[in-house]
Each structure stands twice: as C-alpha cells, then as structure tokens.
Design a protein around this ligand. Sequence first.
Ligand code: ATP
Ligand code: MG
Length: 367
Amino acid sequence: MPEKEDFFDREAEEEALRKILLSKPNLVNFIYGPINTGKTTLLTRILEDLPDEFRVFYFNFRGVEIRKYEDFVRAMFRAGKETFWDKIRSRSDSIGATLDWMEKVCGNFNEGFVLPANVIKTFVGEKKNSEKNRQDVFDYLYNLFKGIIKRGCKPVLVLDELQMLRELRKNGIALHDMFNFMVRLTKETHVAHCLAVTSDSLFIEEIYGNARLEGRSRNFLIDDLDKERSYDVYEAFGFQNKELVWNYIGGKPGDMIRLNSELILGSTEKEGLELMLTDERSRLENLLEKVQYRLFSEDKIAGTDVREILEVLSVCSDDAQMHKGKIKPMIRRLLIEENFLFLDPVTGTVRPQGQLIRKAMKSAKVY
Ligand SMILES: Nc1ncnc2c1ncn2[C@@H]1O[C@H](COP(=O)(O)OP(=O)(O)OP(=O)(O)O)[C@@H](O)[C@H]1O
Ligand SMILES: [Mg+2]
C-alpha cells in the first residue's frame, strides 16, 4: 500500500464516496470495477481519514475460504486481549460491557471485529450442536452498532472481496442473510453505512439481479484512469514515453506500479512493458491450451472450441466495449471467470479487463 503522499489522483471518486459516508446511511453500496484499479487502496485511504466519530469495521475476505458458519465467525471476529476484570465483566454478556471494553481496544479503523472471547463463544455455541447457546450474529452486531451510535459514534461496515462469502450456505446462514442484514442497517434503520467491494463481475451480475437488493443498493464503479489523469500519474512516476506506456497499460494503477518496479530493477520502459505483455500473453495462451486439450472441466467449456474463443478475443480487442449478448454465454463466462473480460452489469457490456490484456488478446494465437 502506498503512503498517503504517494497516492495518485482519485479525487473525484474520493469526494463522491466521502459524501456518501458523511450523509445518512440509506443504501447498500456495491463498489465494483475491473481488477487492479485501486478499489481497496482508495477505500482504505478514505476510511482511515474519516472524522473522529467514525468507527470503521473493515473485512478483507481475500484468500479466506468461507464455506461453513464457523468459517464465517472466524473470519469476522477476533478475540482481543482481556484483563481478569474484563473477563469477569464480559461474562455478563451485556452489550454495554462489550462496548466499554471495545472503547479500550478498538480504534477508528478496525480490521475485523475484536470482541471478548466469551462473546465469540456464544456465536459458535459452547456445546456442540447447541442451537440455543448460539446467539444470532446479526442481531448481536445490530445491537452493537446501535450501542455505538448511542455513544455518539458512527459505525461503518466494509466487506472487501465479498464474493468469498458466495459458498456460505449451511448451518442456517447464507449470503442472503448478509444482504438482509445490510439492508436492515441502511435503508430500514439507517444505523450504519455498508460498503461491499468486489472485482468479480459475475458475482456483481448475480447481485445486480437480486430482488432482495432491488432499490436498496447503489453500484459504484471504480474504473481505470482516463488518459488525462493517467498522464499526470505517469509524470509523477517519471515515465518518459507516455504514448508508449499508454499504448501498453492504459490507465490501470496496478500496472503502473508494476512498470515502476520493472524500471527500478533496471529495465528500460520498452523492456518493462514487453515483459508485462509477455506475462499476459502467456496467461492467455495457457487458457487457450487448456481449452484446446480439454483440460478444463467439461461443464466449463462444453460446446466451445478454441477457434471460436480466438474469434471472440479478436472482436473484443477491437471494440471499446460491446453488449454482453454478442458473445455466446459459455465463452463469455469462461473469459470473465478467468479475468480476461470485465462485465459491467449496470450497462450490460463487456470489455477487456485492461489495456494490457486487450493488447495480449489482439495477438493471441494457438500453436
Ligand atoms: N491511487 C493510487 N495511488 C497509488 N497506488 C495505487 C493507487 N490505486 C492503486 N494503487 C496500487 O495499485 C495496486 C492495485 O491496487 P488495489 O489492490 O487497491 O486494487 P483493487 O482494485 O482493489 O484490486 P483487486 O481487483 O485485485 O481487488 C496496488 O499495488 C496499489 O498499491
Ligand atoms: Mg481489492
């Protein structure tokens, strides 16, 4: 994560998001966009910079496998350090005691919920299979947030890589419980802001069509930078041949960072960019090879062949964006799942995930 002073131009998005956070919580905010556009970086920066009364609870589910209810509890809560007296008090199970304690151990920006161990135990049940021992996690959090408000603070719930909760089903909890909870916190009771972040465009599409969220959520796109803003950033990095850089990586912040580190390692601009393109090309060739030799599971690639995919790649690489209906669903799904195409469910269009991928797609071939 860059230091604050290294952070480059995201003023417009920053202002819009900040405005949302400073107003009354009304809608669930889904923050989406192609990979590596800086969603997490931008959000973290805004959240760390909110006025003092904000209490942010930020979760990043990247790399966390969450299938069961217990995995979910483990991902959401951490037991904090307690003194002997804290332990005695937290036995009382009262929200007030927990809030007193949280005031000591939590800051304005918190990764996860740090709670007394005793409270966490009530979510998973001390005795196995003992449903009645188990507190409803969402009810508890709702009351906790209300308590935070009563103490003059403003809670914010942020879930990054929300798609990781997709597999969560069994044991009486599922992703739709999380959606219900977020709607309850925002539109129904205005208790807390809820932000959910994801780059998984198929997941966003699923969410977009979710009746539970209809009229209760807002989608917020964090895209690659446009040419003007990118050139300013190139300037800040000291890139010399801006046209060349734009032609290879366009406005993707993650790629600018990568190019910068190639330069630090001693490459010229052209060499660095070629290296990055080669990586992208081999990722694409791997995919084509796997299709050609049927190395994917059949339900992922049934009815498609490598020629057809090559054709789609070539068409997509020429169009700024196209309606998703122009691509056969099976191929569309495969290319989105493998992070070559980005699907914007709001406009119903698809396009390459970025300029580097677009360039790799133009010259894709099979051997
Ligand atoms: N505005 C910015 N200023 C400086 N560096 C940035 C900025 N935005 C992104 N970066 C850098 O670009 C890289 C990608 O950013 P980040 O991980 O925030 O993107 P993301 O959109 O959350 O990615 P993903 O799609 O993988 O979730 C990181 O190395 C980050 O430090
Ligand atoms: Mg991210």
